[in-house]
Design a protein around this ligand. Structure first.
Ligand code: MSP
Length: 665
């Protein structure tokens, strides 16, 4: 049976970081898990390469959009390979085959009467490629908070409004279509509140897929991007079963509307089968803060991979974060989890069990009936892990495995095989008990290793080898049937994973530690140093020289608090903004600072901001400066901005809401 799953196709205007790795790692885990359930699992990821954002990023990098995309798409693909993720198809939206599928889908929707021409004027967020309904010029984007831009154009519209009932019917008849429940409820109330038609082409953008026979229209990036899931596997099947429809779209929570509303509507309009399920996971924060370039707190996977191994990252992400909810990453927590659960937990169980077999039975699996209680617990654990993973409850599944680990640990301590070994020469009972203890421990280790495999593939491979069961580690076996021999860990199936099947008399392999303990301070230093290096390499790749550290301003003479309080700083709201004719740098603004009349202020910020970006923005104003005339206009106050030598001014502002006129103290 096929199982086709996807990750979002990632934008190429930012380099890959741990957030992208998170989704792709979970997809890899699910692929391995589905294979353990006997499915032929196929995974698609890719790169989303069209749109204004990419066009602008390429321009900044001094490259053509295609040249720019080639570099970043290759970087994403390299990341997935480095992390050993089993990607089957890497779909780029600039592939010619994809453009054909997009046009085909458009044609089908049009032939079925769901496309019309219309004119659009409104606000658009170029960062999220999102039209913002009911927004005024300068209003912030509801998703990212950055100012929207006003656009007017003649577009093709997709008649989304015709799909309200059909979509609601689908959510109703298939309650697990959108998961988790919170996201499902959000989507349902969004659709119930009424759907407006969606503009799906652009005429003011060049970097997009041309609508055949309709120049200069190009497709809106989301219409283009979603179809990548289909074009990746167009015409492809496994074991005679077509791969489309997808069994699962794995996404982050911020793009659920595109996947759970627009995408099914496009497919319904084209009379094509719908994906079976959409799971939207939460956000990964850095030390409880949103990761962002401006905060400079982006974490990349590569340093963690190099210092601690990919499995350490996988384990942390799946054990620490409840899948579906937001979670926080920190180096301390990563190392804490690694040392307590992997080094002390699984690693310790593996090395002590295998070392005892090596020492007491000359490396041979002993022959004896195993302990029935541990056996029953192992059998239960197999069942509950499968259930948990099936329900995307990875953290809970791992907890179940770790309960088994700790039960086996206790069992070993209670049996004290080291004592039995000393007594076995003289006592038959001790010899039998030793064999029982060792067989039980090693059989439990085999089951545990098989169960952790989807989460910890590299380490599970190593332990499997040390158990004498495996083959040399190979990052991803794909679906190559020749590779999956009957003993390899890939051949383990939930259906045939049973307690007590380890064969007595087999030799174990060579033992070596799988999770050596990590010294936190040194590891964090190493990762942080690598993080800087990787960030700098990515900046070069994006065509941006790494931001030079702002030179420290010369130390100013100290002032008393009274001196400072003589400066009247106020929160202002920009009401109007227009460029001063003949002066490239100057912007003429009317700013409300809570007085009866708005202030007229002329500021040298016109090269850094457009009038639309300023209107409606809250800024900081020095209210008690002497007026002065600039190009014949009397400026009554000053707007506060940060500046670095040779750089553009950046306006001071607020993250929280604050009333106009409030004083800064
Ligand atoms: N190109 C669109 C997706 C089109 S799919 C047809 C896009 N790209 S993106 O590069 O912004 O990637 C967003 C996805 O990356 C999220 O939905 C999520 O899967 C993953 N993540 C990126 N940052 C993340 C976190 N900080 N935390 C968790 N996942 C995040 O949107």
């Amino acid at each position: 049976m096929k199982y086709y799953l996807t990750t979002p196709i990632y934008y190429v205007n930012a380099a890959p970081h741990i957030g992208h790795a998170y989704t792709t790692i979970v997809a890899d885990l699910l692929k391995r898990f589905k294979r353990m359930q006997g499915c032929h699992a196929v995974l698609t990821t890719g790169s989303d390469e069209h749109g204004v954002n990419v066009e602008r990023a390429a321009e900044r990098a001094g490259k053509t959009p295609k040249e720019f995309c080639d570099v970043i798409a290759a970087e994403f693909a390299r990341q997935w390979q480095m992390l050993g993720l089993g990607v089957d198809y890497f779909q780029r939206t600039t592939d010619a085959g994809h453009a054909r599928v997009v046009n085909d889908l458009f044609r089908r929707c049009r032939d079925n009467g769901y496309i019309r021409k219309g004119s659009y004027t409104g606000q658009y967020c170029i960062f999220d490629n999102l039209y913002v309904n009911d927004a005024k010029p300068g209003d912030p984007c509801p998703d990212c908070g950055r100012p929207t831009e006003t656009v007017t154009e003649e577009n093709f519209f997709f008649e989304l409004s015709k799909f309200q009932d059909k979509l609601l019917e689908r959510y109703d008849s298939q309650p697990d279509f959108i998961q988790p429940e919170t996201r499902r409820n959000e989507v349902i109330s969004f659709v119930k509140s009424g759907l407006t038609d969606l503009s799906i082409t652009r005429t003011n953008i060049k970097w997009g897929i041309p609508v055949e026979g309709e120049a200069p229209h190009v497709f809106y990036v989301w219409f283009d991007a979603l179809i990548a899931y289909m074009s990746a596997v167009a015409g492809k099947s496994v074991d005679g079963e077509p791969l489309w429809p997808a069994d699962l779209h794995l996404i982050g929570k911020e793009i659920v509307r595109f996947h759970a509303v627009y995408w099914p509507a496009f497919l319904m309009a084209a009379e094509l089968p719908l994906p079976k399920r959409i799971f939207a996971h939460g956000w990964l924060l850095f030390e409880n803060d949103k990761m962002s370039k401006s905060r400079g707190n982006i974490v990349r996977a590569e340093p963690i991979h190099k210092v601690m191994g990919t499995d350490a990252l996988r384990y942390f992400l799946l054990r620490e974060v409840v899948f579906g909810q937001d979670g926080s990453f920190s180096y301390d927590a990563l190392i804490g989890r690694y040392n307590s659960d992997l080094a002390n937990g699984l690693g310790n169980l593996a090395s002590r069990t295998l070392t005892m077999i090596h020492q007491y039975t000359m490396g041979e699996i002993p022959s004896q009936y195993p302990d029935p209680q541990i056996g029953a617990l192992a059998t239960d654990t197999i069942r509950s892990v499968e259930q948990c993973f099936e329900r995307f409850e990875f953290s809970k599944g791992l907890e179940a495995i770790w309960s088994l680990i700790s039960a086996v640990d206790k069992y070993i301590v209670a049996k004290a095989p080291w004592k039995l070994a000393q007594m076995r020469e003289k006592s038959d009972a001790a010899r039998l008990e030793l064999a029982e203890a060792l067989y039980t421990a090693v059989e439990a280790l085999r089951i545990i290793t098989a169960l952790v495999y989807p989460v910890l593939p590299e380490s599970a491979h190593k332990i499997w080898d040390q158990l004498g069961l495996g083959h040399p580690f190979y990052p991803d076996p794909g679906n190559d049937p020749n590779y999956v021999t009957y003993r390899s860990i890939e051949s383990v199936r939930f259906g045939s994973l049973k307690w007590g099947e380890l064969q007595p008399g087999e030799e174990i392999g060579k033992i070596s530690p799988v999770f050596p303990r990590i010294e936190a301070k040194a590891a964090i230093e190493q990762m942080r140093a690598l993080e800087e290096k990787v960030a700098a390499e990515q900046a070069v790749m994006m065509g941006k020289a790494p931001a030079p550290a702002a030179p420290a301003p010369p130390a100013s003479p100290k002032i008393a608090i009274d001196d400072f309080s003589r400066v009247d700083l106020r929160v202002g709201l920009v009401l109007t903004a227009e460029r001063v004719k003949g002066a490239d740098k100057l912007m003429h603004m009317k700013i409300d600072i809570g007085e009866a009349e708005p202030r007229t202020i002329v500021a040298g910020i016109a090269e850094a901001y457009t009038p639309e970006q300023l209107i409606n923005r809250k800024v900081v104003i020095v209210a008690n400066l002497q007026p002065r005339k600039l190009r014949g206009i009397e400026s009554n106050g000053m707007i506060v901005a940060a500046s670095v030598e040779g750089g553009k001014p950046v306006l001071a502002g607020f993250h929280e809401d604050i009333p106009v006129g409030a004083r800064l103290k």
